[in-house]
Design a protein around this ligand. Structure first.
Ligand SMILES: O=C(O)CCC(=O)C(=O)O
Length: 306
C-alpha cells in the first residue's frame, strides 16, 4: 500500500467511498483556486460547460493536478499501478446558489466496460453541510439502478439525471472536506449534493481514474484519456505515455481505427493530432485564448475552431 491503510481500503470496498485525505496544503489549494478564478475573471464569469470538463487537457496546472503523486498513490491502492485519467470536471456552486446535484450513479452514463472507476474529488474551498458538500449512501455501489433525465434547470448534471428508486437519505453521509483534502468514490456510488447556503463558493475538482484494462464500450469512438501512471496501456491510446508528459495523439492511427469501425466521418479536428501545449501554456501565463467551442462528440474537449 502506498497511502491507504488496509482499514481504509476495506472501508472503501465496503462503503464505496473514503475520506478525508489531504493531498494539497491549504496554500496549494488556494493557488489552484486563484488560477481558476483568474481564468473566470479573464472570461468574464464562471466557467461554462466547455471549460468545466476535461480541463486537464487545456491547462497545464490541471494536468499537473491529475498526476499529483499524493492523489495517484491513493488511487493506485484501489485500482493498481496502471492508471488513466478518463475525465475530470469542476463542480462549482456559487455562494448562496440554488444549484444542486441530484442522487445519481456515475456509471449509468459513462459507457465503460467495468465499474472500475475511482473519482478523486479535490476540494478547493470548504465543503461543508452549509456549502453543499457531497452526500453518499454507504454500500450502494454494489448494483446499478435505473435513472431518468429531469432536465431540472438548477441541477449541475447535464441532463438532470436522477436515480429512479427511493433513496434512503436518513443513511446519507456528508463528505466534509477542507480545502486541499479529497474524497474517493466508486463509480456506482449513490451520491448527490444540496445547494450552497454559505457565503463562499463551493469548488471541487472531480478526477476520474480507470485502470488501463477498462474499455470504452459505448459513447464516442475516441475519448481523450491522459496517461496518469504506469506503463501498460493496451487499447485506449491515452494522450500521456508511461507516467510521463502528455504527447500528441497520432492522427493517422485515430482515423484508421475510426474508419475501420465503420463510423461516420470525424469532425476535422478529430483527424489531427491534438495541440495541448500552446493553449495550455497561453492560459497558464494568463494571456487571452480563443473561445473554445465544444465538439458534438460527447466528452471531446477540442476547440472545434481548430
Ligand atoms: O460536486 C458535487 O456536488 C457532485 C459531484 C459528483 O457528482 C461527482 O463527482 O461524481
Amino acid at each position: 500500500m502506498k497511502t491507504l491503510s488496509p482499514d481504509a481500503v476495506a472501508q472503501y470496498r465496503r462503503d464505496g467511498f473514503y475520506f478525508p485525505l489531504r493531498v494539497l496544503s491549504p496554500e496549494e489549494a488556494a493557488e489552484y483556486r486563484a488560477r481558476l478564478e483568474a481564468i473566470e475573471r479573464e472570461r468574464g464569469g464562471p466557467l461554462g460547460g466547455e471549460l468545466r470538463h476535461k480541463g486537464h487537457l487545456l491547462f497545464t496546472w490541471l494536468d499537473r493536478l491529475i498526476r499529483h503523486p499524493r492523489i495517484l498513490d491513493a488511487v493506485e491502492d484501489l485500482l493498481g499501478p496502471n492508471l488513466l485519467c478518463w475525465s475530470s470536471s469542476f463542480f462549482i456552486k456559487e455562494a448562496r446558489d440554488h444549484a444542486f446535484v441530484s442522487w445519481h450513479q456515475d456509471s449509468t452514463y459513462w459507457g465503460l466496460s467495468e465499474p472500475d472507476v475511482v473519482t478523486a474529488w479535490v476540494a478547493l474551498s470548504e465543503s461543508s453541510i452549509e456549502s453543499g458538500a457531497m452526500r453518499m449512501i454507504p454500500g450502494t455501489h454494489t448494483e446499478q439502478v435505473a435513472h431518468r433525465d429531469t432536465f431540472a434547470p438548477e441541477n449541475l448534471l447535464s441532463r438532470g439525471q436522477e436515480i429512479m428508486v427511493e433513496v434512503d437519505e436518513a443513511r446519507a453521509v456528508d463528505v466534509l472536506l477542507h480545502p486541499g483534502e479529497m474524497s474517493l468514490h466508486h463509480v456506482r456510488m449513490f451520491h448527490g449534493s444540496p445547494p450552497n447556503r454559505s457565503a463562499d463558493r463551493r469548488i471541487g475538482y472531480a478526477i476520474r481514474y480507470i485502470p488501463t484494462h477498462v474499455r470504452q464500450v459505448a459513447g464516442p469512438p475516441r475519448q481523450r484519456h491522459a496517461g496518469a501512471r504506469g506503463g501498460r496501456v493496451p487499447a485506449l491510446r491515452p494522450r500521456g505515455g508511461a507516467g510521463g508528459r502528455p504527447r500528441r495523439l497520432g492522427a493517422g492511427a485515430a482515423r484508421r481505427d475510426h474508419e475501420a469501425a465503420g463510423r461516420p466521418a470525424l469532425p476535422r479536428h478529430h483527424r489531427r493530432a491534438l495541440p495541448l501545449g500552446p493553449d495550455s501554456q497561453r492560459m497558464a501565463t494568463g494571456a487571452t485564448v480563443e473561445p473554445v467551442k465544444p465538439c458534438a462528440f460527447s466528452g471531446c474537449m477540442t476547440n472545434a475552431n481548430s
